[in-house]
Design a protein around this ligand. Structure first.
Ligand code: FAD
Ligand code: MLT
Ligand code: ZN
Length: 563
């Protein structure tokens, strides 16, 4: 074995002199920075060649223009995305852009921040999956809260619909226009405003790229409580607006807990200062929570304060194989019990997801034996005491191997190996994209039920599609993906509403962490009561009476039709 190989967690009973089945665990050296930010896959739409874009647009076109009653075609009035399931009609109360509007925006933002360039608009109109495409003619790039306020006030008075856009990495069609909405991106607002080393509280503008915040905090000896595969592109404002979950949720919990304050601009241009930096503050309703996860439908987030934990020195990552889902489940219970406070990630992927990664991503290899295993787990621990952590993980792995829960495993020996393990798990969405059209479902389900849905879906779809399961097992969050040769209503009819009914029957959520966007705006009732949805619609009406903020998204269209 070369020195750089990850160490195996293997059956060498004799060496340990314990039992017939034992394991040798050589724990890793310690590296402070779990993943090398430099190696992170960047999702950079702008760098894609124009030619490639055109080709993909034709090949993977999933948006369909439907004939109107008069037999004509008008994409500006009636759009369908991915299938006939999400039909949308343009709200006729919205105005269309005119030259006066452009002059106004140029006066406020300056010419170069009023973008009409075709190439840049093409990128901003299409989502990461190339599944949703709008036809906006304008992208605005405000540089401060005052500018956001002025442009929203103007749009509201003119009834110009807008779509707030961050890194455009959203997976539910929420970040791109449906028709001709004006795109507002606060990416130029990317300053770190303050960092308090005593409390670990970071205050920054909403356009900061997540990965830049991670690096900044790393240099300060702290960590961001949020990490996800799209970190190289997504913005903290987008993260907050989607209430992104990600890879550290099992340890640090939701942004509802970690975000201490916000500044947001309402549809009428009012600036709402909720930028507190206090951990405890019970003065009335905690309004910031309305904006966390509201997907740009209630306001544009312009500043954020986040509580960040200190960076701990001892990090270990194991990549393990299990032969059945029950073993994965048992391993999770054991990990919570035995690793407790040091557990910082518990991720899983099935062999179909692994296959995709190995076949579609360059330079990725399976660190385990060539035998195909049914499930793979990535377990990370982060703690402050090297020998204590080592002892704990060693005992946990030994016990798991002895009880037959793990069939193979390796432990990262350095940062490169750690990155390569993470690349496998984080690479699944990218591999799926490369494989072709994909139907994505992001579900919260009881862990014990979770994988039955994947199996049932596989049985339903037979040879017509590749059904893949992966996700944040530690949080009960399944990513069920159906990779198909084309977007096809026959396949879709097999998946939906079955997947939503199944989830509802098991009291799960149809949106664990990605949000509802356009994709699931009409499906909200599967996870929320009528009373709750009605109240949400009333809140929307109160804060955005003209419905200009991210129309057609989040809320059922039937409740927003008069706005
Ligand atoms: P966008 O995609 O631009 O927008 C998302 C939504 O937020 C839209 O509705 C938009 O209108 C709104 N919005 C954006 N900025 C603002 C703002 N300043 N104010 C108000 N509204 C705004 N998600 C997870 O939860 N966990 C994961 O592990 C995860 N992994 C991913 C991996 C990959 C490879 C990809 C492509 C995506 C992943 N996602 C994940 C989904 C996505 O990255 C997150 O939803 C992320 O938080 C979106 O941030 P963004 O800046 O790209 O926002
Ligand atoms: C992930 O966990 O990889 C992301 O949420 C993206 C996805 O679901 O594909
Ligand atoms: Zn996820």
């Amino acid at each position: 074995m070369r020195e750089t190989e990850p160490k195996r967690v293997e059956c060498v009973a004799a060496a340990l002199n314990r039992s017939q089945i034992g394991i040798t665990v050589v724990l890793s050296r310690y590296w402070p920075n779990t993943r090398d930010p430099g190696r992170t896959h960047k999702i950079n739409h702008a760098n894609r060649k124009k030619k490639e874009r055109k080709k993909r647009a034709t090949e993977r076109r999933s948006w369909i223009t439907l004939p109107l009653g008069n037999g004509g075609w008008n994409p500006q009035l009636y759009r369908s995305f991915g299938s006939l399931a999400t039909k949308v009609e343009r709200n006729p109360s919205f105005s269309s852009l005119n030259s006066d509007d452009l002059s106004y925006f140029k006066g406020v933002l300056g010419d170069k921040n009023v973008v009409q360039d075709e190439d840049r608009l093409e990128t901003a109109n299409v989502d990461w999956m190339h599944k949703y495409k709008g036809s906006s003619k304008l992208l605005l790039l405000p540089r401060n809260t005052e500018e956001v306020s002025k442009i929203l006030e103007y749009c509201n008075s003119r009834r110009l619909a807008v779509v707030p856009q961050g890194g455009n990495t959203g997976l539910v069609g929420g970040s791109v226009p449906v028709f001709d909405e004006v795109i507002i991106n606060v990416g130029s607002m990317n300053k770190i405003i303050a960092f308090d080393k005593v409390s670990g509280i970071l205050v920054c503008e909403a356009g900061c790229i997540l990965e830049n915040l991670i690096s900044y905090l790393d240099n300060q000896g702290f960590v961001m409580p949020l990490d996800l595969g799209a970190k190289g592109s997504c913005q903290i404002g987008g993260n907050v607006s989607t209430n992104a979950g990600g890879l550290r949720f099992v340890r640090y919990g939701s942004l509802h807990g970690n975000v201490l304050g916000l500044e947001a601009v309402l549809a009428n241009g009012d600036v709402l200062d909720m930028l507190g930096t206090l951990r405890k503050d019970n003065t009335g309703y905690d309004l910031k929570h309305l904006f966390i996860g509201s997907e740009g439908s209630l306001g544009i987030v312009t500043k954020v304060s986040v509580l960040t934990p200190p960076k701990l020195s001892s990090v270990n990552i194991a990549f393990l194989a299990c032969e059945d889902y029950l073993s994965c489940q048992k391993l999770l219970s054991e990990a919570k019990r035995k690793l407790g406070e040091i557990l910082s990630a518990f991720e899983f992927l099935d062999c179909h997801a692994m296959d995709l990664v190995l076949n579609h991503l360059e330079g990725v290899r399976n660190p385990l034996s060539s035998t195909v295993h049914n499930f793979y787990l990535l377990i990370e621990t982060t703690g402050s005491d090297e020998s204590h952590d080592k002892e704990k993980l060693e005992a946990f792995l030994l016990h798991s191997m002895e009880s037959g829960l793990i069939s193979d495993g390796v432990l990262a020996q350095d940062m490169n190996q750690a990155s390569s393990f993470w690349r496998i798990r984080e690479g699944v969405p990218e591999a799926l994209m490369r494989a072709g059209p994909v139907y994505k479902y992001d579900l919260s389900l009881p862990v014990e039920k979770m994988y039955s849905l994947v199996e049932e879906m596989r049985a339903r779809l037979g040879q017509s599609a590749n059904v893949v399961g992966y996700g944040h097992l530690g949080d009960g969050n399944l990513h069920l993906n159906v990779s198909a040769p084309r977007y096809d209503d026959t396949i879709l009819a097999e998946i939906e509403p079955y997947v939503y009914e199944w989830t509802s029957k098991h009291r799960g959520s149809i949106s664990a962490e990605h949000g509802l966007g356009l994709m699931k705006a009409n499906e909200m009732f599967y996870s929320k009561s009528h009373g709750a949805v009605q109240l949400m619609a009333s809140i929307k009406k109160l804060l955005d009476p003209n419905g200009i903020l991210n129309p057609y998204k989040v809320l059922p269209h039937s409740l927003c039709s008069d706005s």
